[in-house]
Design a protein around this ligand. Structure first.
Ligand code: DC
Length: 233
């Protein structure tokens, strides 16, 4: 068993649009933990690779680029910011094009190796809620509590569509459904660290639950786990 200095590690995995980010943020707030959005880190890496014009077929170039890539997640005045090599990329990484590009770049071994290391460093002291696709299976297989948050394709596409149209993105629901299906396929079929439910994960299907209902359930399970861990130290 690991004794972490700042609390337990909470892993939340699941497909895109299952509500992981919202839930991870609220859960972290309730517990006084730090949220680590690993999807944002993969998006920032994709954005920077594309901005630098790196040929994604040249894995040596990708590896060299990633060695000098520094991604930071910061909270400034309640705003969650993503910085890549000092540049604020928070908004730039949220376009549909970046979603598709990230799905591709996140299959590259040098990208995954670099971010895996960064995520393990960020989370090792505990007191963190990490969300992504491979947290419970690869990044922290020894996380004290693992959730797999899911929802039907239609429900996830509907949520993503509402999010994008609220931001003024000119998308249709049919396109959004296509994107969700395509990203699911890329995320689950890749060779390295595919989206996978850890054997010991608690599965929550959020299709018919409100955010508040999902959160209440998760906070309760986490508090119980934290109490158990504290009683062991
Ligand atoms: O969670 P998100 O939609 O922001 O993730 C963006 C992309 O990054 C998505 O295609 C899956 C990928 N990703 C990953 O491969 N591993 C993670 N731990 C997190 C995200």
């Amino acid at each position: 068993m690991h004794l972490r200095t700042d609390g337990i590690i909470i892993a939340i995995d699941g497909p895109s649009g299952a509500g992981k980010s919202t839930i991870a943020r609220l859960l972290a707030d309730q517990l006084g933990y730090i949220q680590i959005d690993t999807g944002a880190m993969y998006r920032a890496a994709a954005f920077m690779l594309s901005r630098a014009g790196i040929n994604l077929d040249d894995l040596t170039a990708v590896e060299q680029f990633c060695a000098d890539l520094n991604i930071e997640l910061e909270v400034v005045a309640g705003q969650h910011l993503v910085r890549a090599n000092g540049m604020d990329v928070t908004e730039l990484i949220r376009t549909p094009e970046m979603s598709l590009l990230t799905s591709r770049t996140s299959t590259l071994k040098p990208v995954r190796d670099a971010l895996l290391k960064a995520q393990q460093l960020m989370g090792r002291r505990g007191g963190v809620v990490l969300e992504g696709r491979d947290i419970g299976s690869v990044v922290f297989p020894d996380a004290e509590i693992k959730f797999f948050l899911s929802a039907s394709v239609d429900e996830r596409a509907k949520r993503r569509f509402e999010e994008l149209t609220a931001k003024g993105e000119p998308v249709t629901l049919a396109e959004t459904i296509d994107d969700v299906v395509k990203r699911d396929r890329q995320d689950t079929e890749r060779d390295i660290a595919p989206l996978k439910q850890a054997d010991d994960a608690i599965v929550i299907d959020s299709s018919r639950l409100t955010v508040a209902e999902v959160l209440t359930k998760m906070v309760e399970l986490c508090r119980t786990k934290i109490k158990t861990m504290e009683s062991l130290t």
